[in-house]
Design a protein around this ligand. Sequence first.
Ligand SMILES: Cc1cc2nc3c(=O)[nH]c(=O)nc-3n(C[C@H](O)[C@H](O)[C@H](O)COP(=O)(O)O)c2cc1C
Length: 328
Amino acid sequence: MMEWTDRHCRFFLRQLSHHTLLYTEMVTTGALLHGDPGRLLQFDPAEHPVALQLGGSQPGELAESARLGEVHGYDEINLNLGCPSNRVQSGRFGACLMAEPERVAACISSMRRAVDVPVSVKTRIGIDAQDTYEHLHGFVDRLAQAGCAIFIVHARKAILKGLSPRENRSIPPLRYEYVYRLKQDFPGLEVIINGGVSSLDDAETHLAHVDGIMLGREAYHNPYLLADADGRFFNASRPLPTRAGIVQQMLPYIERELQAGCELKHITRHMLGLFQGVPGARAWRRQLSNAGPRTGAGTEVLLAALEAVAEVNARDNSATAGGMQYHA
Ligand SMILES: Cc1cc2nc3c(=O)[nH]c(=O)nc-3n(C[C@H](O)[C@H](O)[C@H](O)COP(=O)(O)O)c2cc1C
């Protein structure tokens, strides 16, 4: 997710779940081929498995970008066919490519020839008036013929004129049944559902119909939900990490990054939601938001924030204990 799933965010999420596949932000072929690929593709080995998402529409450029991604060690190369932003449309890629199946097929073939790692697409269920199941079926069929075997489908259509990207993530209705049907019609393809999944219980319900679930906003705003994913979906027997334990695990990474010139706020901004839904969430966020951006801020900010959370809990506990005494 643009501006969200940068390498710091992914490293943090990886502490919560060892097995889920993480995705980069979309990186355009233009930025990669004419910019600084070393910087754009940099990631920590601990992030594996990690997929690189590309934005582009020229088969040759996508092949070259995919190859760069593979050389840098990415485990999967994904093509963005779902972004509806004006900027992306003016570059003629993202969701508007759903109107050009032949071009996308050429892109997929070319990327597949360039790399050995899997090539996947992230698509919508349709765009504008091209929103029937039959249209989606035809699109997927064409891409499958071109060699794409992994489809991540955001179960909403995109409206290319008149809605902002944000509105395009909530206004068009979710049609999960389209994605379920795809899996029925193409049992040999890996079909991953995306859009509006807000808990692992929801995820489990979808898993009765499709091969996987992609979590977007919920994983970012409430990342601790990922802590249960390994045990629930990957048969991992690791004990559930605690939130405080996750913070401790982050400290050596943060020290390293600070020494390399990174500012604390660039890492802590992704950690604001760690205590979402539990006592101390507000104290945690407040500490990180106030002290994180200060010049020279270091890991002491996180330790102080943990203490603030502990204080809230101690206060709550003594209030409860007091209440019980009163009622006794
Ligand atoms: C801030 C933000 C940035 C996003 N950037 C991307 C992106 O770069 N590539 C992409 O395929 N989807 C992107 N998305 C869309 C999400 O991947 C996802 O499809 C959408 O949010 C619906 O899933 P959710 O309900 O689980 O969030 C972005 C979403 C948000 C909120």
